[in-house]
Design a protein around this ligand. Structure first.
Ligand code: UDP
Length: 481
């Protein structure tokens, strides 16, 4: 009976920061709702994240924080098949090959051990990008919850890849380039707004990423539940259409309860505190620039952005990870740039910062972003309009939602995404000053309100989450009979 009260789920997040963080928040929510969660990171991710918490600042890491809150979350680790020192970002393809061929065996071994122990595990929660969850769930008689950390639009496009193929928008040598209007719940999307792997310009469709996509989005069709870190009101039609095929719940944005204040470190990079610097700047005058935790930009693009920033005269904080161009090129900025910015008192270049703290500071008036989904949600939550520079994967599709649908951002480049300093400077100006800026601020306030309402008691995300918990408990009880 005790087990009925505390369902036990094993949770496998995808071993990338942008996936692990929302997964921890979701696990925390579930644990608060009475679940026991065994949260399984790879050794590498765990090492990265806990190292940053223990780097002398005395802060907690994201794991110790939930443990301290007295929740029943047990953090465990498995190997992804590579040594800790292996550069996963530099050896991207090998890393993904490992995720496809090596990780599943480690997962299975782990699950086998758990279910044959005394602990009554009844649920498997796994990131939608994994290829194995339905097989493992079936083998060990577990309910399978697919956890999706990107917008519903992106999920549904992958989900209907067969339609893109049969209509000639993907997979042939000369793909169609006209509007796609046949995906259930998606009125219209341009091929250039598809995820990078599916765009007409992507000729190699048998890469490791494509093999993973094919398998993973076939696998998700056997999930008992799909959870999405999005908001129903923002993607109403898409979510409804998905829900007609499988039980789908929009429960986003999944943020920690103390969005800004939670003293958790989340990265392998040493974090800079930008608050004091921001305190000295007028409200709305600072542009925050960051390309997330993982994406790479080309060196020429970085140099053009640097030129544009100086030309624009705007104040800025720029997160330049040492591997932003490549781990082999730790010196990506133009010579003298940082010094010039610092001397003029205008710019701060950091390796990492607490993004939420920065975005929620009143001095920040714009965000030049790579359009990672977490970054977009966080920026809207803080009411900061976006300047969009998508680099790869879902970022192009996220841009479409942000700029074309919700109108809370503008594009960094027109047309071809070839980036030029003059244009960067012009766009920064439009984002931060004048009529467009004013208009964006009005629009983003409205969308921010949608997010807040969804999250509040009785809102769609809060209700969605409660409904999910209710529905899965019914299924668990049915199964245990
Ligand atoms: N982030 C941060 N400090 C930084 C840069 C990024 O805390 O200096 C966080 C950011 O708040 C977000 C995550 O890292 O939660 C990046 O996720 P996103 O989905 O935007 O991009 P990804 O890293 O997955 O490409």
């Amino acid at each position: 009976d005790e087990d009925r009260k505390r369902p036990h789920a094993i949770f496998f997040p995808y071993p990338l920061q942008g996936h692990v963080i929302p997964a921890v928040h979701f696990a925390t929510k579930l644990a608060s709702a009475g679940f026991t969660i065994t949260f399984v990171n790879t050794h590498f991710v765990h090492h990265q994240i806990s190292k940053s918490g223990a780097d002398g600042r005395g802060g907690d890491d994201i794991f110790t924080a939930s443990r301290k809150a007295g929740l029943d979350i047990r953090y465990e680790t498995i190997s992804d098949g590579f040594p800790l020192g292996f550069d996963r970002s530099l050896n991207h393809d090998q890393f993904w090959e490992g995720a496809l061929h090596v990780l599943p065996a480690h997962v299975e071994e782990f699950v086998e051990r758990k279910v044959s122990s005394k602990e009554k595990v009844s649920v498997l929660i796994a990131d939608t990008f994994f290829v194995w969850p339905s097989t493992v769930a079936k083998k060990y008689n577990l309910l399978y919850v697919s956890f999706w950390t990107e917008p519903a639009l992106v999920l549904t496009i992958y989900y209907h890849l067969h339609l893109l193929r049969s209509h000639g928008h993907f997979g042939s040598q000369d793909n169609r380039t006209d509007t796609i209007d046949y995906i259930p719940g998606v009125r219209a999307v341009e091929p250039t707004d598809l995820m990078s792997y599916l765009q007409p310009s992507c000729k190699d469709t048998s890469s490791i990423c494509h093999r993973i996509i094919d398998k993973a989005f076939d696998d998700v069709k056997r999930a008992d539940f799909i959870i999405i870190n999005t908001v129903r009101e923002l993607e109403e039609e898409t979510i409804s259409a998905l829900h007609q095929t499988q039980p789908t719940y929009a429960i986003g944005p999944i943020f920690p309860t103390g969005f800004i204040d939670s003293p958790v470190a989340t990265s392998m990079w040493p974090e800079s505190n930008c608050t004091q610097w921001l305190d000295s700047k007028p409200p709305g005058s600072v542009l925050y620039v960051s390309f997330g935790s993982y994406a790479h930009a080309s060196k020429p693009a970085i140099h053009e952005i640097a030129r544009g920033l100086l030309q624009s005269g705007v104040n800025f904080i720029w997160v330049v990870r040492p591997d932003i161009v490549s781990s082999d090129d730790p010196d990506p900025l133009p010579v003298g740039f940082e010094q010039k910015a610092r001397e003029e008192g205008r710019g701060l270049v950091v390796v990492w910062c607490s993004q939420n703290k920065v975005l929620s500071h009143c001095a920040v008036g714009g965000f030049l972003t790579h359009c990672g989904w977490n970054s977009i949600l966080e920026s809207i939550w803080c009411g900061v309009p976006l300047l969009c520079f998508p680099l790869y994967t879902d970022q192009f599709t996220n841009r479409k939602l942000t700029v074309d649908d919700w109108k809370v951002g503008i594009n960094l480049c027109d047309g071809d995404w070839v980036i030029r300093g003059e244009e960067v400077s012009k766009k920064i100006d439009r984002l931060m000053r004048g009529e467009t800026a004013e208009d964006l601020r009005v629009k983003i306030k409205k969308v921010k309100k949608v997010l807040e309402d969804a999250w509040a008691a009785g809102g769609s995300s809060e209700t969605g989450f409660r409904q999910f918990v209710e529905d899965i408990e019914v299924k668990i009880n049915q199964k245990s009979k």
